[in-house]
Design a protein around this ligand. Structure first.
Ligand code: DP6
Length: 361
């Protein structure tokens, strides 16, 4: 087989996910095991996604990877962990059309080339690593004909980046923290598919697309080492909140969903402040967005929109329905008019016609 001239290619596309109950803190840094369960919603596959092509050929002399066109090092760490776990499970591949036959045992001597592209800013608090590692694991599993279910693949993606395990499914997803020391039961499960609650509209207000100063990985390490609030959250708050959130999702109960989502985002940022030295992911624009949403929700008597912020200043806004999304956009445009020198750069939304409803062309 080696010496023959062939290339086998697989391309996959994976959307990012946004946590509504946050993962923040690891109990095991190497295996990436969290201190609490988390719940997320996976975005529309047409937006904010990673596209990854993986290739294998006897002509390749080492594993290589390009991220957004730039070669990155694969030495050590998380990429190697994912590659090793997938290679271990590789099986026979036969492509009669192209005359390619790879036996199970050949995989350990074959190298892969990986080209990955995000259609959104990398490392700007828009969960780029989540889509990236989920897509990588999925594409490699297809390339090497790995016969494992999504749960197992999610636990491999987890070893690339914790939040990645939740991007293997659409809809609402829970990452179960698990109890086993080897991490075998720390995996993602789907709570409800993408059709279950499809009235929700997700908008992202891109406050800044600059790369964040403190990565999630180092930020959460510092929080685990220094924040007392983190321990209280993981042990006392999240277990109850996860049950309430599952119930809210099951019943499509927007008021409960919104208040849990906002409270959990605020608590995560409170932990960042409680970390020594403190970490500031949100900025003045983020705070202004929170107060616009809070005031509006209060004035309406029942929440119209939920907000949540990850490790960056960008706001993820989840509107109850299309009408609320269009009204939200109008309000944001009133407070942050385009071209007025404010910090709010752009909106990325699932359905562009909502922009037209709000008078943006
Ligand atoms: C704030 O998954 O990026 O987005 O596991 O170290 O790669 P590592 O961290 P990462 O952390 C994401 C943190 C978060 C919350 C969340 O997505 O649950």
């Amino acid at each position: 087989m080696v010496g023959q001239k062939w290339v086998r290619l697989v391309t996959a596309q994976t959307p990012t996910n946004i946590a509504v109950i946050k993962y923040w803190g690891k109990r095991d840094e190497t295996l990436i095991l969290p201190v609490n369960d988390s719940i997320s919603v996976t975005l529309d596959p047409n937006h904010l996604c990673t596209t990854t092509t993986v290739a294998v050929s006897p002509a390749f002399d080492r594993d290589r990877m390009w991220l957004n066109g730039k070669e990155i090092s694969l030495v050590g760490g998380r990429y190697q962990n994912c590659l090793r776990e997938i290679r271990k499970r590789a099986t026979d591949v036969e492509d009669k059309e192209k005359g390619i036959k790879i036996a199970k045992n050949d995989w350990e001597n074959l190298h892969v080339h990986i080209a990955s592209h995000n259609n959104f800013p990398t490392a700007a608090g828009l969960a780029s690593s989540a889509a990236g590692f989920a897509c990588l694991v999925f594409a490699l599993a297809k390339l090497m004909n790995v016969r494992e279910d999504e749960g197992k693949l999610s636990s491999i993606a987890r070893q690339g980046s914790g939040s990645a395990c939740r991007s293997l499914y659409g809809g609402f997803v829970k990452w179960i923290m698990g109890n086993n020391e080897d991490g075998s039961d720390s995996l993602a499960v789907q709570l409800a598919d993408e059709k279950h609650w499809d009235d929700l509209v997700i908008l992202i207000a891109v406050v800044s697309s600059r790369q964040k100063e403190t990565s999630s990985t180092s930020g959460m390490r510092e929080s685990v080492e220094t924040s007392l609030l983190l321990k209280h959250r993981a042990q006392e708050i999240v277990p109850k909140r996860v049950v309430q959130m599952e119930e809210a999702i099951k019943n499509k109960d927007f008021p409960s969903f919104a208040s849990l989502t906002c409270a959990d985002s605020n608590q995560f940022h409170a932990i960042c402040l409680d970390t020594s030295p403190p970490i500031f992911y949100m900025n003045d624009t983020s705070h202004k967005i929170i107060s616009i949403v809070e005031k509006w929700n209060r004035a309406e008597g029942t929440p119209q929109v939920a907000y949540t912020f990850d490790a960056g200043p960008n706001a993820v806004l989840i509107a109850h329905d299309r009408k609320a999304a269009s009204e939200l956009l109008k309000r944001l445009l009133f407070y942050f008019p385009p071209g007025a020198g404010t910090d709010l750069n752009s909106y990325v939304i699932g359905d562009k016609s909502i922009l037209q409803d709000a008078g943006v062309h």
